[in-house]
Design a protein around this ligand. Structure first.
Ligand code: FA5
Length: 342
């Protein structure tokens, strides 16, 4: 019987090392410790032994039973950790309950999303541009067809410096400089920090990021705009994304739209992320107004183009499941250190 016990032990040891799921582990527990399990069968076999043998073999079998139980519990705990780690790795969503890794810095969630978008647009031939945060009033407003006293200025109240410059309220402030730099044709994106005099709440900050994009060439139409947005968003969300356009007013585009995406988290059925509407408002956009092209030195008779102004901060929030925008500027390492480059 001793050999039999040893055989069961060796078999157990070779099997336990290979178990990779909780279901397989439970099946193993039943196979060894269940009513008809190998260890239970060994115990049943004691009946036919003499008293002395029973005593000796009984001790071995109980040791084996303890060994099996211990290792199953240990492997179970290990597997739980491994599976949780794999789940977290696959799931980019933010979890406030995770502990802080105090020893290592990580990229800010907005940087992660910005870099991902830059890589996607670069692969589609777009140049990545930078622009200052302090800009002239002309660039922020007049050059995008928002003259003095236009009511659209009220929606983007900002900080005015003594020298007449402003903290830019939107990345559209760079449109004129980009048009002047590249002329037509041109394809460029320009992410940047924006500032507005806002009442703070869970989705509005005074300081936030946008990513502007522009494409100008002969015969550019709304179809090009939809194609680029769908391609970009499908790459970002790693699945086919359906978009819809609704009319929207911005003085620097005509026609102007609000681009919504069908909620990538529930497929449009309705969930907390899309506030149960099935669609998420993501990106204002439109065909560049001829006056804006003209002010940028581009002939509007020959060229057309589209522009969009993606809310980068809101996209990062959506991607990582961040419910309060204020966390992003908080410097709270416990919250900010859990994001990794996708
Ligand atoms: C604009 O800023 C336009 N310049 C966008 C545009 C570009 C339209 C090119 C057409 C063509 P809007 O004010 O809606 O539009 O802001 C764009 C996005 O920035 C919003 O959808 C939102 O995601 C984000 N955003 C605006 N204000 C805030 C804020 N206070 N906090 C966080 N995100 C904001």
């Amino acid at each position: 019987m001793k050999e039999q016990i040893e055989k069961v032990k060796q078999q157990f040891q070779s099997e336990i090392a290979q178990v990779s799921s909780m279901d397989a582990l439970e099946a193993m527990r039943v196979a060894y410790l269940g009513k008809k399990g190998s260890v239970t069968e060994l115990l049943k076999g004691l009946k036919s032994l003499s008293v002395d043998e029973k005593k000796e073999m009984g001790r071995y079998i109980n040791e084996l039973k303890a060994h099996v139980s211990e290792h199953i519990a240990e492997r179970g705990a290990q597997l739980k950790t491994e599976l949780e780690e794999a789940r977290l790795k696959a799931d980019k969503r933010y979890d406030i309950s995770l502990p802080c890794q105090e020893t290592m810095g990580t990229l800010h969630p907005i940087t992660i999303v910005q870099r991902e978008l830059e890589a996607i647009f670069s692969s589609m031939g777009f140049a990545v541009e930078d622009f200052s945060e302090v800009v002239t009033e002309y660039n922020n407003f007049e050059a995008v067809n928002i003259p003095k006293h236009h009511p659209a200025r009220d929606m983007q109240d900002t900080y005015y410096l003594d020298n007449g410059q402003v903290l830019k309220t939107h990345t559209s402030a760079a449109q004129n400089a980009i048009l002047r730099k590249y002329g037509a044709p041109c394809r460029a994106i320009f992410p940047g920090r924006c500032f507005r005099n806002e009442a703070l709440d869970a989705s509005h900050e005074t300081t936030f990021f946008q990513m502007e994009g522009m494409m100008v060439d002969e015969n550019i139409s709304i179809s090009n705009l939809i194609y680029f947005m769908e391609t970009m968003l499908s790459e970002v969300f790693k699945k086919e994304i359906t978009v819809r356009l609704r009319p929207g007013f911005f003085p620097f585009v005509e026609p102007g739209f609000e681009l919504d995406i069908q909620c990538p988290f529930c497929g449009g059925k309705g969930c907390a992320t899309c506030k149960h509407g099935g669609w998420i408002e993501l990106c204002p956009c439109g065909m560049i107004h001829p006056r804006v092209l003209e002010m940028g030195g581009v002939d509007p008779e020959r060229y057309t183009g589209f522009a969009f102004g993606l809310g980068l901060t809101r996209l990062a929030m959506m991607q990582f499941g961040i419910h309060d925008i204020r966390m992003l500027n908080s410097g709270n390492l416990k919250a900010l250190d859990q994001f990794v480059m996708m």
